[in-house]
Design a protein around this ligand. Structure first.
Ligand code: SAM
Length: 275
């Protein structure tokens, strides 16, 4: 891989500072990253064994959750905040495989996601990308592209996967989620993954690697993660470790937590439905 800054890099990108989207891309084995991002990915790999598998585990949960919402939950419009750089399989592809008319708005605060997303979506009229920050929830909800693409009178699937751990307690993640859910119609889904803190060293290692390289990445007790879902009813199996989370297959045999590899303790997933 070439370490020079490639031509596709938007001018506002600082290639000397690692970005979450690019470090995650590096962990997933993608090509849209710089040397500094690959060095950060190495720090992750040193802090928790199988850090790359952990990234893939999160990505597989993303696809399972999207499929659940579209196939079982009847969701045909999705707002995916903190969507990341396009990779092997993306939210709109998983959704449109089931319902070709499903509409998706991607939101990310990294401008590189916009430039790469636009290239991927040049021919896709039901999907768009917006650059905005989760913390500017009002701006996201009022954004003309969001309003043009999504019908707020009908249920929307709000996806916040692999990013709420980047919002500090000081920034009140639960309030942000509540404000985003507020204008959504009854039947809307909230699909979220988060990092638990049960005292396991792999959880601490992941958080430390993230704080060290990116300046954010907080683990939280499971009761705190449950509060992200605002008391709304959860789709079975509720908030679960990703390796045990198969919302489309509630009867599937899943591994016992005691049999987990350490990295399998680092992420939990859940979907709640707005009454
Ligand atoms: N959601 C994708 C997934 O789970 O595969 C990507 C997750 S990646 C680890 C986190 C993404 O969230 C990055 O692309 C990053 O740029 C974005 N992000 C982080 N903080 C954000 C914020 N405050 N607002 C919007 N996007 C944010």
């Amino acid at each position: 891989m070439n370490d020079a800054v490639p031509q596709w890099s938007p001018p506002e990108i600082d290639p000397t500072v690692p970005s979450t989207a690019r470090v995650y891309d590096a962990l997933l084995g993608g090509r849209d990253n710089f040397k500094v991002d690959r060095e950060a990915a190495e720090i992750f790999a040193n802090r928790i064994p199988q850090a790359r598998e952990a990234a893939r585990l999160n990505r597989s949960a993303l696809i399972r959750g999207v499929r659940y919402m579209v196939r079982r939950g009847g969701i045909d419009q999705i707002l995916d905040i903190g969507c990341g750089l396009p990779t092997a399989q993306n939210t709109h592809e998983a959704a449109q495989e089931i319902n070709p008319n499903a509409r998706v708005v991607y939101v990310d605060n990294d401008p590189m996601v916009l430039s790469h997303g636009r290239a991927l979506l040049a021919d896709n009229r039901t999907t768009t990308v917006v650059t905005a920050d989760l913390r500017e929830r009002g701006r996201i909800l009022d954004h003309p592209d969001v309003r043009r693409h999504l019908d707020f009178d009908r249920p929307i699937g709000l996806v916040i996967v692999g990013m709420i751990m980047q919002i500090s307690d000081h920034e009140s993640p639960d309030d942000i989620i509540a404000e985003l859910m507020k204008p959504l119609a009854s039947g809307s889904h909230l699909f979220l993954t988060a990092w638990p803190d049960t005292g396991h060293p792999a959880q601490r290692g992941l958080s430390q690697a993230c704080l060290e390289t990116l300046g954010n990445g907080w683990i939280r007790p499971i009761e705190r993660l449950e509060r992200h879902f605002q008391g709304m009813p959860m789709v079975p199996p509720g908030l679960e470790y990703v390796s045990r989370w198969y919302p489309e297959e509630p009867d599937r045999e899943v591994p016992a937590v005691e049999d987990f590899e350490p990295y399998e303790r680092t992420q939990m997933a859940g979907i709640a439905v707005k009454p």
